[in-house]
Design a protein around this ligand. Structure first.
Ligand code: GTP
Ligand code: ZN
Length: 389
């Protein structure tokens, strides 16, 4: 009676500890801080259990996700961690504690996020949807093939800043602007609209600027943002050094490249260029309106700085006396376009917030009416039906 494997109680989980080797995760952004967070999570009673492994989410499906783990890629159930709060739903880029012994394996807990791209209908008061987590660099691709829309750049920048990631502005298809003077003007305009942001001109066609871009995003996790046709897939290929994202050019009416997205949304970058991870999810690509209010302060850093010198603390920089912002426009140090764009994005955000508020008020009103109706009903039951007279 000494066959150990035939008796469950003779096989405590601690007798077969999994060798602790997480080196396979280094290419996916694992570091000592994640390791500490992982150990913390494993020690918590709510998430404690036998044989956990850390993993990074490379793709999500309904109720399931694919993770890279020291044991290879696993498909795991996410039901266990799916809470009511949509902001806590598992998303690409998340680090997780995985129970690999389960059949199927399942995600036991998510490690606290460092950054998150959240799509919300408005401010934090309403529900949002997380599109990507733990992104260090937000690569904003803007095509030089068309007229550069600085307002759009500022919008993308605000979204990027509000996620907590550092934006990197990439002017793509630089080969289409061979004229040096034109190009340096475009670069200067973009730089004026992007304080605190590296601005690079890149051509995937000639390879110009690709090494600089690789250096700018090395080591961290990078997400790709930008309009359709901006050259994101092509940039991804250039960074990956292989055709991981298949770009197919098809003839269609507007001659736009059509992409077929690979199943994995999170890919390690070549180690010889400094490594890093690339996140390219369809949801992030087609950014709509998000709550970018937190990001506006960064995007228009020089305006917020000037505003500190306005006479009135609540100065709207419209016609107030002693307005430092208007004075800067007057003297030519602040382009008027910047102030207009700032106002426009502020208004847009305020409208979104108001719409959310209206919806919340309507919900509260409905709930109050339901409570009233219930109260009346209970009262009538106590008193008996009201007599008609
Ligand atoms: N001349 C030139 N063309 C480029 C360059 N990079 C991309 N293109 C072309 O631009 C078109 C769009 O590129 P994509 O990489 O598919 O753009 P995308 O941003 O991924 O587009 P979506 O998948 O729709 O979001 C394709 O026809 C590319 O061949 C470049 O550096 N130079
Ligand atoms: Zn002012």
């Amino acid at each position: 009676m000494s066959h150990p494997s035939s008796h469950p109680s003779s096989q405590p989980s601690s007798a077969t500890p999994r060798p602790r080797d997480f080196s396979a995760l280094a290419a996916y952004g694992w570091d000592t801080a994640w390791e500490a967070a992982y150990d913390d999570a494993c020690a918590r009673p709510a998430t404690a259990g036998p044989d956990p492994v850390p993993g990074r989410v490379v793709r999500v499906d309904r109720g399931q996700c694919d993770l890279v783990t020291p044991l290879g890629t696993l498909r795991a159930d996410t039901e266990f961690v799916v809470p009511r709060d949509p902001l806590r739903v598992v998303c690409t880029g998340d680090w997780a504690v995985v129970d690999a012994t389960g059949n199927p394996p399942y995600v036991r807990a998510l490690l606290p996020r460092r950054t998150a791209f959240v799509r919300s209908t408005s401010s934090k008061r309403s529900e949002g949807q997380v599109l990507a987590a733990n992104v260090e660099h937000a690569l904003i691709a803007v095509s030089l093939a068309a007229e550069v829309d600085l307002g759009r750049i500022e919008r993308f920048l605000s979204l990027a800043w509000s996620s907590g990631a550092q934006p990197v502005l990439v002017l793509t298809k630089a080969d289409l602007v061979p004229d040096e003077t034109t190009r340096s003007h475009l670069l200067a305009d973009a730089a004026t609209s992007a304080p605190g942001v590296p601005v690079l001109a890149v051509s995937a066609e000639t390879g110009e600027g690709v090494d600089e871009l690789a250096a700018a995003v090395a080591g961290g996790t990078t997400a790709l943002l930008g309009q359709s046709g901006a050259g994101k897939s092509t940039l991804a290929n250039a960074l990956l050094g292989r055709a991981a994202q298949t770009v197919r050019t098809v003839r269609d009416r507007d001659h736009k490249g059509r992409h077929t997205t690979t199943t994995r949304n999170l890919l390690p970058l070549p180690a010889e260029r400094g490594g890093g991870v690339l996140i390219d999810t369809p949801g992030l690509r087609g950014v709509g309106l998000w709550d970018a209010e937190d990001g506006l302060g960064h995007t228009f850093a020089e305006i917020e700085e000037l505003a500190a010198d306005c006479r009135f603390a609540d100065c709207a920089h419209v016609a107030e006396p002693g307005c430092a912002v208007l004075a800067a426009v007057e003297s030519g140090t602040l382009p008027e376009r910047r102030l207009d764009s700032y106002r426009k994005l502020l208004r847009e955000n305020a409208r979104l917030a108001a719409r959310t508020d209206a919806r919340l008020r309507a919900e509260q009103h409905r709930e109050a009416k339901q409570r009233q109706a219930l109260g009346r009903h209970m009262m009538e039951r106590k008193r008996g039906p009201r007599r008609r007279s």
